[in-house]
Design a protein around this ligand. Structure first.
Ligand code: SAM
Length: 303
């Protein structure tokens, strides 16, 4: 679990203070991310740490926007391929362009389950979804795959016999330890034709700036856990990585000689960001790798 308000069993700690239960005793990455995106659902202790990070690396706000844009592109990609159900792991505090809004514009019957370990993020999402029967928000640690997949709302909204898009955008680098095992469990639960969408911060090349950012995140209960490109690629084991550029000519123009599907977050099927804009090209953003893996459909299967 990501905070001391839970015991290892996943049950709430009866000795936790109200501040601990609400996650108000530490700066919190969900609320800091909301602040980076210009949202209002954050507190002074979140803003203090976020401002300290922006003072060292103003690009962190760009990175938040770039990850959100990748999320939107990946959701549209899934919708274009007929996927109508989404499991959004580490969904964060609702902000403009939530998954159910994008999916609902495309097909009002599309279904979304938001999962977050942060109670404030889940409370905001639940309030937003009061009149949205096709979406729900649940509080769970994404590593507890049984709790996520077995939750009544997941069972109500997600039919695992049909393709689903599992989204883990800008979250796994806040999850310490072994993420390979839970992600493998999600891959196993996905039916053929499903998509796994990941963006993840990688360490190389570490600089004084990135070291300071990593140090500042240690104030939160979810310090940064960077993973190498190989570790990130392994999260897609058994899936076919979708080419990040559909057209090889475009790939060469973007300076991507070998499209292995795992690319800087701004380079995954970009649309709308003018070439050369700050969000389009920044060495800092190149540390955020993004990919979409598709579970193969067996030969002869109808999907
Ligand atoms: C940076 S935000 C990303 C939000 C969203 N995915 C997006 O791309 O805009 C990371 C979110 O992951 C959540 N989170 C961190 N660790 C988690 C865990 N182990 N299980 C579920 N959610 C987690 C945080 O509470 C936070 O809301």
């Amino acid at each position: 679990m990501t905070s001391s308000r839970f015991r290892p069993s996943g049950t709430p700690d009866p000795d936790a203070t109200p501040a601990q239960i609400l996650g108000l005793d530490h700066p919190n990455v969900a609320r800091m991310y909301d602040y980076f995106l210009g949202g209002a659902h954050n507190f002074q202790l979140d803003r203090d740490t976020a401002d300290a990070i922006l003072a060292v690396a103003p690009e962190v706000a760009l990175a938040a926007r770039a990850n959100r844009r990748f999320l939107h592109r990946a959701v549209r990609y899934a919708l274009d391929r007929g996927i109508r159900q989404f499991l959004d792991l580490g969904s964060g505090i609702p902000t403009s362009g939530n998954v159910h809004e994008i999916a609902g514009q495309h097909d009002p019957s599309a279904r979304v389950v938001y999962v977050d370990a942060d109670p404030i993020a889940v409370t905001h999402a639940t309030t937003l979804l009061t009149d949205v029967p096709t979406a729900a928000a649940i509080e769970a640690d994404l590593r507890d795959t049984e709790a996520v997949l077995g939750h009544a709302e997941t069972q109500r909204l997600i039919d695992v016999t049909q393709p689903v898009a599992i989204l883990a955008v800008s979250v796994l680098h806040f999850v310490p330890g072994d993420v390979a095992t839970p992600i493998a469990a999600y891959r196993a639960a996905m039916s053929p034709g499903s998509l796994l969408v990941i963006s993840h911060a990688s360490p190389a090349p570490a600089t004084e700036q990135t070291n300071q950012v990593q140090h500042l995140y240690q104030r939160s209960r979810t310090p940064l856990q960077l993973r190498t490109p190989d570790e990130i690629r392994d999260l897609f084991t058994g899936l076919d990585l979708v080419p990040a550029q559909p057209d090889p000519g475009e790939r060469r123009r973007c300076g991507e000689p070998d499209d292995n599907g795992l690319v800087p977050v701004t380079a995954w099927r970009p649309d709308g960001d003018p070439p050369g804009s700050a969000i389009e090209r920044s060495p800092f953003l190149d540390r955020f790798l993004a990919g979409v893996g598709r579970k193969p459909v067996r030969a002869g299967a109808s999907r």
